[in-house]
Design a protein around this ligand. Structure first.
Ligand code: CA
Length: 319
């Protein structure tokens, strides 16, 4: 018995030691790769020296999120009175910076605030993980290595460009960064310098956060003069086959099919607009008409629940 335990202990110890050695060797490969891609040796050393895998990141990656949650449950979790009230407060407080971004990119301010609110509770919860070790952990882990290794390289480039110091580059366990939770690749594609100081600081500069969010939506096809969609009431016997993003019709056509405002009133006409009926909890749950901008929000996060909640929060902030 004693011998068996001792053997087990040695085996466990050596496999842990092997894993550590394996990670360090792998990280050496990342260093070489980064320098081949033109990232300075100074940045590579500063960012990667002493980096160790974070067990908690693996644990969170293994959890299945929001598997069986209904839209109603999701909505209650994401939007409450406090979030709406604070959204209205932040909207007034930062009106000038918001309006600059709204005007420049053609995205109304209440959508910028709603995304900020849902992503990080208006900057209050940006995720406490250091992005480089978190991404290194996921890139080494094997489940989605290629994706996370690319994001790790993108993150090193951001450091090399001097937008943020390694210690301040914080984000979610999966590497979504700053107040609007951009992945490093989204940062490269969409982050902009809103306050003209030469840095794209989505961690600490609200003008940068607002401009970057607006730029993301604008470049993804946002139409300035359209809403995201709206809540609607479906008539009795509405065919299930017409529900879903696959079917697009004009407001006129939906009106002819009996779709109305929740009050029963007639839908405002909007010539040229194409809309889909969305029923995330089935035809007996809350139902919505989703316009083109709804699809734009889904490019940010490919979730019907998410896009609908952003739209509904934006509406309430603007009230
Ligand atoms: Ca800036």
């Amino acid at each position: 018995m004693r011998v068996a335990l001792l053997t087990l202990f040695i085996v466990t110890l050596s496999s842990a030691a092997f894993a550590a050695q394996n990670f360090d060797a792998w990280l050496d490969g990342v260093r070489k790769d980064a320098m081949r891609q033109g990232i300075s040796e100074e940045t590579v050393q500063l960012a990667l020296n002493g980096v160790k895998p974070i067990p908690r990141v693996i644990e969170l990656d293994r959890k299945q999120p929001e598997g069986s949650m209904t839209f109603a449950q999701y909505y209650d979790r994401v939007i409450n009175e406090q979030r709406i009230k604070q959204g209205r407060y932040e909207y007034r407080k930062h009106r000038d910076a918001l309006e600059v971004a709204a005007k420049k990119y053609g995205v109304p301010a209440h959508y910028i605030v709603a995304l900020w609110g849902i992503e990080t509770n208006y900057g209050g919860n940006t995720g406490g993980f250091k992005v480089i070790p978190a991404l290194a952990t996921l890139a080494h882990d094997g489940r989605r290595s290629d994706f996370f290794r690319k994001e790790l390289m993108n993150a090193l480039k951001i450091l090399d460009e001097g937008h943020i110091a390694p210690n301040n580059m914080k984000g979610s366990w999966a590497g979504a960064m700053g107040q609007n939770q951009f992945m490093p690749s989204s940062f490269h594609n969409f982050a902009v310098d809103g306050n003209n100081d030469g840095k794209r600081d989505i961690w600490g500069s609200l003008p940068d956060v607002f401009a970057s969010t607006a730029n993301y939506l604008s470049r993804s096809g946002w139409k300035e003069d359209e809403r995201w969609g709206r809540e609607v009431k479906l008539p009795k016997g509405f065919p299930k086959s017409l529900e879903g993003k696959g079917t697009r019709k004009s407001i006129d056509e939906w009106t002819k099919l009996g779709v109305t405002l929740p009050s029963g009133g007639k839908l405002p006409n909007a010539p040229g607009l194409q809309a889909s009926v969305i029923a995330p909890d089935g035809l007996n749950g809350r139902t919505f008409l989703a316009y083109g901008n709804f699809r734009v929000i889904m490019k940010w996060n490919n979730s019907t629940y998410f896009a609908t909640s952003v739209g509904l929060l934006a509406d309430q902030i603007a009230q």
